[in-house]
Ligand binder design. Sequence first.
Ligand SMILES: N[C@@H](CCC[C@H](N)C(=O)O)C(=O)O
Length: 301
Amino acid sequence: MSTLADRRYLKMNGLGNEIVVIDLRGGRAEISPAEARAVAGQGESRFDQLMAIHDPVTAGTDARLLIYNTDGSRSGACGNGTRCVAWAMMEDAAVSRGTIRAEGTLALESEAGLLEVTRRGPLSFTVDMGPPRLRWDEIPLAEPFADTRAIELQVGPIDDPVLHTPSVVSMGNPHAIFWVEDPDAYDLARLGPMLENHPIFPERANISLAAVRSRDHIVLRVWERGAGLTRACGSAACAALVAAARKRLTGREATVTLPGGDLRIAWREEDGHVLMTGPVELEHDGVLAPALFSAAEAAAG
Ligand SMILES: N[C@@H](CCC[C@H](N)C(=O)O)C(=O)O
């Protein structure tokens, strides 16, 4: 029987980015890709990202996060999900273990590094997403590019020239940002899978269409690696602000408007860290039914 069967979960969202939070502290095993897909495949526990809270490894941190996409793959970062985890660890009676906190910070380790989260209000959090990675081999790309503000991409079947010169940024996960006049004018459900799996991205990439409306306003739509079209992606919003500031299209602070709403992003001058502020919402809590996992176990042999 899966270690996830009968386990409590929280269904949350960050600007409509669907997040499931599961507490696996107490030495519980990591979730397998098949288990993640089994949870994602159910109506009630459907997610864009599953955030698994594990025991901390590094002294001085509060927890370690493992982040799963709908297709069972893992990601180093998830901005919207990290805010949801912080809410659960400060506010949910079970996950907070009786230490409900109306304010304060949490230090969360992800596979991409340390994420510090500060509570701003009952449903509002700021995540310090750390510095962006801008070198071609940090993103990573399959071949060297001296300047990642714009790379030349060979995309045979796409004839729109603006879709051949994305900016690329890693926020702990790979992002390609295509600069367009109107993100809604493109069929992102068709372009997304083609660009996500382009051979220049050996670890695939999150694909954004971005329009700069003013020095402090970007409009964004995102096709997420491993999850598809989502209503918001926090790390993509951070990547878009960094890329826009590097191209001198905006300053170092902007509101990023996604289909699910607004995030405020700041690229701090002093230490180069990117700060993301936005809301969370609890939709329901539930218990994962053992039956969810029989198919996953059968498939895993
Ligand atoms: N929605 C997330 C990012 C999710 C991770 C992504 N799909 C990946 O595989 O890198 C966010 O809010 O940052």
